[in-house]
Ligand binder design. Structure first.
Ligand SMILES: [Zn+2]
Length: 283
């Protein structure tokens, strides 16, 4: 058993090297969301999170786990995003939350509800793997705040829109997963992710302080409210990500500097809401 586990682990690590991440905030985006969340956990939630994660880890270090296991848990790959009808710029759970075979609830919003429910039953129902539930929830809460994770169906959330990020060939989805964040880190934060996280945390406590309570709150005392996050996401996709972009567009300073505030905001909201959700689950 241990031997086969090791083989599996080697296989996963090799696959991680062969296939670059194509869905979800890149590694840095997820690390940022989870770091913001970790710092906002209540003592009770922090203890429970520590108990559930593999020894020596925190939320940030396990935040991209869900991207790394897509290849050996192929059923999970539909859970990272939502495809909505082209150009409508709206999201509806009943209409849109399904996988490519039409199976209902298999989308990032459905997954957030599902893993929240599993974690809420901690202590009473032992049939779930709560470590996995926590790592999925932490990851998907980031994904649902990446605007192109609730995107149009025909271009697969911008994956099939070819652009140039400055001089480099790229697809639009990847620009939002990684390029905007990486360019910001290089240009403004000495290529240091911790400085970027600090800057976002400053914004949370200063610039956005009056909005934070609203981000944390769900209607009618729900534990989490992914339908709200997904609706905001497709709106941001239309207003900012897709806007003015077509196949072959060259995206440079105009695009980068006007979209960076949206990326900052979505990373902040993802982190704040992940913490709020975990605080309610374990409260
Ligand atoms: Zn993902």
């Amino acid at each position: 058993m241990e031997y086969s586990f090791r083989i599996q682990l080697v296989a996963i690590v090799s696959l991680m090297l062969v296939f670059p991440n194509t869905q979800g905030w890149g590694e840095d985006g997820h690390t940022i969301v989870c770091s913001i969340a970790q710092a906002r956990l209540s003592n009770t939630a922090a203890e429970k999170v520590k108990e559930l994660l593999p020894p020596g880890n925190d939320l940030a270090s396990m935040c991209s786990w869900a991207d790394h296991v897509k290849f050996y848990l192929p059923w999970s790959s539909a859970l990272h995003y939502i495809d909505t009808p082209d150009n409508l710029c709206t999201y509806q759970y009943e209409r849109d939350c399904k996988d490519q075979n039409g199976e209902k609830g298999r989308c990032v919003a459905g997954a957030i509800n599902n893993y929240t429910t599993q974690l809420l039953n901690h202590g009473t129902d032992n049939s779930y793997n709560l470590t996995q539930a926590l790592m999925f929830l932490a990851h998907f809460m980031g994904d649902i705040h990446q605007p192109l994770h609730v995107g149009f169906t025909s271009d697969r959330g911008g994956n099939s829109i070819n652009v140039h990020w400055y001089t480099r060939k790229q697809n639009l989805h990847h620009c939002w997963d990684a390029n905007i964040i990486e360019t910001a880190e290089e240009r403004f934060y000495d290529s240091n992710i911790d400085e970027f996280i600090d800057a976002i945390q400053q914004n949370i406590t200063k610039t956005w302080s009056s909005q934070v309570e609203g981000w944390e709150t769900c209607n009618s005392n729900e534990t989490t409210c992914p339908d709200i996050y997904a609706s905001e996401d497709i709106k941001a996709a239309c207003q900012w990500a897709y806007k003015g972009v077509s196949d072959g567009s060259v995206l440079e300073d105009d695009y980068f500097l006007s979209r960076l505030p949206i990326v900052n905001l979505r990373l902040a909201q993802g982190g704040v809401r992940l913490a709020a959700t975990l605080n309610r689950i374990f409260g």
